[in-house]
Design a protein around this ligand. Structure first.
Ligand code: MSP
Length: 536
């Protein structure tokens, strides 16, 4: 099966934060998972670089829009490799081929009679870059930006979105998996109960010049959402490139709930007008909040990915984000929660299992996979749990239930740790008559570790690679050939390495601040002091 996973392309009006990293880590994890499952995968992310917000941000930083977007887009691109995120394509809406494709699509939709010119009065939210309806406002404010939208009357071009309303309702109803999780599908269907308005898709150049000129009227530039959504097509070479034919039918978009409407309503109707099949699925996740408020650059309560990597390592950040949030719901971020998960799940549960098992193979089996003898009930139980885990993990990963998939893995990790205690290999090692039993126990542990490693590749790629190398597994991860029990070959070399996850110290609360300056300096000092890895 072909699989094309995308993140939103992020606005370059501020720097990347943990919210952006979450979506991009999920997409990377899904991409790695689908590859191991034997699929032909493409993963795309990028930056959204036109529109009011960007033009204003450039002016604020005294740069030309071009200089500004180049600089911030580079920051996004450079944020991903240290998080072990490896997109196949990083698209920018200022790329020449994107601009050409947007213009040719506008012309096509215009030629079909789906674009017309008219006057419009409405309430415009600059933060959302769209007109809001009265119904959406909360106390007169935009619900996302908490500011009042501006009344604007303007002549503009409109896309006949309303024409496709009935078709869209039918499509969502006939394809229950089109929008997931279900709560967002229901939200879209309930929104579609009201008549859909046509979409304003231009901005007069008298108000905004930083955009793609309309091919049929150069006094207007393209509305940023009409431009941005098309990235999903440009990035795979629409209309003629071989990758378009190869990947479009496998397109799955990943977004947070803030941009549900453009993705669930504007985008499928645009595709329909173009005569294209809609994307396959839309996956919608919730928000990372800090103190119950959405983490966002406009509010200023952002957490920077680089700080977290410095604190506990990229794999630990990836694990935390995927394990802690139930996909689709909101979650709260705190340093303490991150450190707790790192210490308990990674340093204690997984780290100890790996180091104890490998140390015993080193001490009792001369760093070689021992031969397995006759299995007892406790061995068979662990083996069945480990193979069952891989199957259940795959099921959950396929539906983006990452926290459940990881819970299954950690159940087996806990079971394996108990298995060590119950079988006490160090006691068996004292009795030459127990040699076969000792070998069987250690073989069972190594095989369990091998299967755990297989499941960890998508989520913690660097850790899984270390574990795979320590176990002497040579072939690249692959569920079809490696999910069966008993693939480790006796006498093969096992190479124990350094501990996988050094324990982190908990943050010690800073003393009550005498003034603001004292507080700032104590907070700055709190971060580096956390690790026990010899960092300052
Ligand atoms: N440029 C548009 C998207 C165009 S896609 C064709 C945009 N950009 S954005 O920079 O505002 O990014 C929004 C996305 O960033 C969210 O949908 C989500 O993927 C991610 N997140 C931003 N803040 C987030 C949280 N606090 N929590 C979770 N995800 C967050 O909208």
């Amino acid at each position: 099966m072909n699989f094309y996973i995308t993140t939103p392309i992020f606005y370059v009006n501020a720097q990347p934060h943990l919210g952006h990293a979450y979506s991009t880590i999920i997409a990377d994890t899904v991409s790695r998972f689908q590859k191991i499952a034997g699929n032909d995968v493409r993963f795309q992310t990028g930056t959204d670089e036109h529109g009011d917000k960007i033009a204003e941000a450039a002016a604020r930083s005294n740069e030309t829009p071009r200089e500004y977007v180049d600089r911030i887009s580079r920051m996004f691109r450079e944020t991903w490799p240290p998080l072990h995120i490896e997109p196949d394509n990083f698209i920018r809406t200022t790329d020449a081929n994107h601009i050409n494709t947007v213009r040719s699509i506008l012309q096509k939709v215009h030629d079909r009679g789906d674009i017309y010119f008219s006057e419009y009065s409405g309430l415009y939210c600059k933060g959302c870059e769209r007109f809001l309806t009265e119904k959406e406002l909360i106390n007169g404010n935009c619900p996302d930006h908490l500011t009042p939208p501006e009344p604007i009357t303007e002549q503009n071009y409109f896309f006949r979105m309303s024409k496709y309303q009935e078709w869209l309702i039918g499509h969502i109803e006939q394809n229950p998996e089109f929008i997931q999780p279900e709560r967002y599908r229901n939200e879209v269907l309930s929104f579609l109960k009201e008549p859909l308005e046509d979409l304003c898709i231009s901005r007069p150049t008298s108000r905004l010049t930083w955009g793609i000129p309309l091919p049929f009227d150069d006094k207007f530039v393209t509305y940023v959402w009409f431009d941005a959504l098309i990235n999903y097509l440009t990035g795979i070479g629409y209309p003629d490139g071989p990758d378009f034919a190869r990947y479009w039918q496998g397109a799955e978009h990943l977004i947070a709930k803030d941009i549900l409407k453009p993705h669930a309503i504007y985008w499928p109707t645009m595709l329909k007008s173009l005569g294209l099949e809609p994307y396959r699925k839309l996956h919608v996740h919730g928000y990372w909040n800090v103190n119950d408020t959405k983490m966002s650059k406009s509010i200023g309560n952002v957490v920077r990915p680089a700080d977290l990597i410095e604190e506990c390592g990229a794999d630990s950040v990836r694990y935390f984000l995927l394990r802690e949030m139930s996909f689709g719901l909101d979650s709260s971020f705190s340093d303490d929660a991150l450190i707790n998960r790192h210490n308990s799940d990674l340093a204690n549960d997984l780290g100890n299992l790996v180091s104890r098992s490998l140390t015993m193979v080193k001490n009792f089996c001369d760093c070689k996979v021992p031969p397995a003898g006759a299995m007892r009930d406790s061995d068979r139980e662990l083996a069945a749990a480990a193979t069952g885990m891989v199957a259940e993990y795959r099921k959950q990963m396929e539906v983006f239930a990452f926290h459940r998939a990881l819970r299954e893995v950690w159940k087996v990790i806990a079971m394996a740790n108990r298995y060590i205690v119950n079988n006490a290999p160090w006691e068996l090692a004292k009795e030459p008559a127990s040699r076969e039993r000792l070998d069987t126990v250690l073989y069972t542990l190594l095989e369990t570790l091998r299967l755990i490693t297989l499941t960890l590749h998508p989520v913690m790629p660097a850790t899984a690679t270390k574990m795979k190398d320590a176990l002497g597994v040579e072939s690249p991860p692959d569920f079809d050939s490696q999910a069966q029990w008993g693939r480790l070959v006796p006498a093969a070399a096992v190479t124990p390495g350094a501990p996988l996850f050094p324990r982190l110290k908990k943050a010690t609360p800073a003393p009550a601040p005498a003034d603001n300056r004292a507080r700032q300096s104590s907070q700055k000092a709190a971060r580096p002091g956390r690790t026990e890895r010899g960092k300052p």
